[in-house]
Write a protein that binds this ligand. Structure first.
Ligand code: 2Q2
Length: 323
């Protein structure tokens, strides 16, 4: 008799659960390290709106900018614990999966088109699969980034000018090694601590795409934007595998569809904003040092590549460069 009661209770519970899942609204948290004026945030909001619309409000994404829920590494970890669900991340993933280093190899791409071919081709696919398998995160879409430039308070035109130059890099081992190899004194600092570090003189410079230089207000504490264009890269919006798998199939498809639209949105916005950024940075007092010997930087950084990349990564790198 007890057994009968138990099984009918279980049956009821099971029934409730299916019901609950159908009516349930999934609330996801998305966190990232840029501020609310930056294109990553605008894209995240657009994505969130698209997802809500395409799932009839069943999947809702709340976006937290400014490292509010933690820095990049914290966010990656908290997705695995389920405290967060989505974030924006790229080459920092090399700490978990070696091929992610290919996202940000110095002087690897001729131009945007070259990079786009790689991202959307076999190598891009390999990287995405690795992130999914090794890190437990599913890349939903990618955003192209403007080239990274070095900022400072004295003009830096070639690697000789880097002697004794203390600078910040993100948590990317390859960046530490390439800048050290080129002659600087790099250290890892979280993005949200860079402004204060520059202001207090803990570091003399940093490197980032112009959009992040602007949105972080680095023009207030840096006089020169040296056009090194040393890294062209892209970045992924990722969701935890488990979080994605929990969604019913129609909602998952809706999320994927919204992701593709957000990718287009980001590309248009990026193109639109980049042009104006140089003027904005100049208006805020930055001097653009166009007199940079990029070839010298490339040569100074190359040895670090051979030391850093594993055999597989080095082969993929060569393939990527030639594409
Ligand atoms: O300087 C930063 O923090 C960003 O531009 C980083 O490149 C970026 O967040 C990488 O850490 C991506 O993984």
């Amino acid at each position: 008799r007890t057994i009968v009661v138990a099984s009918s209770v279980m049956f009821l519970l099971a029934g409730c659960q299916t019901q609950a899942q159908e009516n349930d609204i999934t609330h996801w948290k998305m966190t990232h390290i840029s501020d609310a004026s930056h294109l990553w945030h605008k894209t995240a909001l657009e994505f969130s709106r698209n997802v809500e619309e395409k799932t009839d409000g069943k999947v809702q994404i709340e976006v937290f900018p400014n490292s509010q829920l933690g820095n990049e590494v914290d966010s990656i970890n908290s997705i695995k614990f389920g405290a967060t669900d989505l974030t924006i991340t790229g080459e920092t993933l090399e700490v978990w999966t070696p091929n992610a280093i290919l996202l940000a190899v110095p002087y690897a791409f001729e131009d945007e088109e070259h990079m786009r071919n790689v991202v959307e081709g076999d190598i891009g696919q390999t990287i995405e699969n690795d992130i999914k398998e090794d890190v437990g995160l599913t890349p939903l879409f990618y955003m192209e980034r403007a080239p990274r430039n070095l900022t400072s308070n004295v003009p830096i035109s070639d690697p000789d000018d880097l002697r004794g130059f203390s600078m910040r890099v993100p948590n990317v081992p390859l960046f530490l090694d390439t800048w050290a190899e080129a002659g600087a004194k790099p250290q890892v600092i979280n993005l949200n601590e860079v402004f204060t570090g520059l202001q207090q003189g803990v570091i003399a410079g940093q490197e980032n795409p112009n959009d992040l230089i602007y949105s972080n207000g680095f023009y207030e504490v840096q006089d020169y934007l040296n056009v090194t264009e040393h890294v062209r890269s892209w970045i992924y919006v990722v969701v935890g595998n488990e979080q994605l798998e929990k969604l019913p199939e129609d909602q998952r498809l809706a999320v994927e569809e919204a992701a593709l639209e957000a990718q287009e949105f980001a590309r248009d916005l990026q193109e639109e904003e980049q042009e104006a950024l140089s003027d904005l940075l100049k208006e805020r007092g930055m001097t653009f040092n166009e007199d940079v010997d990029q070839e010298a930087f490339r040569e100074a950084m190359l040895p670090a590549l051979e030391e850093n990349l594993g055999e597989e990564q080095y082969e993929l790198y060569l393939e990527m460069v030639e594409q």
